[in-house]
Design a protein around this ligand. Sequence first.
Ligand SMILES: Nc1nc2c(ncn2[C@@H]2O[C@H](COP(=O)(O)OP(=O)(O)OP(=O)(O)O)[C@@H](O)[C@H]2O)c(=O)[nH]1
Ligand SMILES: [Mg+2]
Length: 400
Amino acid sequence: FAGPHSFTGEDCSELHVHGGPAVVGGVLQALGRLPGLRPADPGEFTKRAFQAGKLGLTEVEGLGDLIHAETEAQRRQALRQMEGELGQLYQRWSEELTKALAHVEAFIDFSEDDNLEEGVLARVAAAVQTLEEEVRGHLQDGRRGERLRGGVHVVIAGPTNAGKSSLLNLLCQRPAAIVSPVAGTTRDVVESALNIGGYPVVLSDTAGLRETQDAVEREGVSRARDRLQRADVVLAVLAAVDVAPEPGCLADALRAVLPPGALAGRAPCILVLNKADLLEEGRGGALLGACGEGALSPVCLLSCKTGEGVASLLSLLGAQLEQMCGDPLTGSPSLTQARHRLHLTSCLGSLGRYHGYKSLDLVLAAEELRLARRHLGKITGRVSAEEILDIVFRDFCVGK
Ligand SMILES: Nc1nc2c(ncn2[C@@H]2O[C@H](COP(=O)(O)OP(=O)(O)OP(=O)(O)O)[C@@H](O)[C@H]2O)c(=O)[nH]1
Ligand SMILES: [Mg+2]
């Protein structure tokens, strides 16, 4: 593949050989004997493509995510990022900032010569404000892209013996956690990665929530509370036989499971009434009817023993995941990494300070635009001073 049209931009050649390990080993050995040849470092081809300007940093990250994608929705999101849509969005913002900065710098340098059109600074202020709104909107996406990339954290919580570990084992289809009739069996958090409807989920089983004198179990309960604080979705599990079928029972039951403050992040919750097989005939309907009234959370009656009702829990959970992660192919591309969030937040901070400085000291204000642009550049991997000069000379006929 002749450069510059190859993946790395350099001249490349590719050998197609039979796939057996001995054949590949023999070819690599023969190549190793040629002077100047060495094995590539991990990621070296992508790094060379980046250095040759073939890929931006966000595209490189998309490529990495694509290689590691485990579910369909993750694959689609990574592919979209790799194809450059996210990079283009940040690039457009960066160009708008560059333009605003060029205008401010031109104003600082040349306004006294009366060479500039009227209202330059007002136009810059308006452009900065529009940009601020766009960046803020992009940041307030409910972390859907990051959730899809890293997995949605679903936490199973509830009193001891409700069947939490049984539910984990049933959903991940393997005996990941110990199940026993002894209350307080689970102490550590047991995690399992799942694919539910194409969405990645990290499902955690936790210790039953109760007051206890046992030091080890107390640590388990404290870990369970900690997980609850960081949960994206909570499956609150109760034994159906322990819930009285009366109006308001759902709120009472939830309060018993999730003590005040347990859900600081207000993660959506699905109430799971387990052990439906132990209910007397007709009591399940009465229970659901009573729970359904003024329900704050969806309720699901199931039995881990018979498997009845599990499909409806999965469909409730699937709908919740879809709402949280969205369809990665529609709408504007999602923010996928904490790194991007960090730089975008810093960028927004600088844009805010621009407004504060602009009527006090234009030089300081311009510096904030430069910082904002540098934060965007850190995301895309493109930062250049030349661009500003180009715009100064393209937009203004100064220095004639
Ligand atoms: N009849 C019936 N028994 C169940 C069901 N689900 C779980 N159990 C039983 O209930 C007991 C407790 O189950 P676990 O899954 O260990 O309960 P847990 O909530 O994880 O309990 P801790 O870890 O102690 O907090 C076990 O004996 C299970 O076999 C069910 O749907 N029906
Ligand atoms: Mg358990």
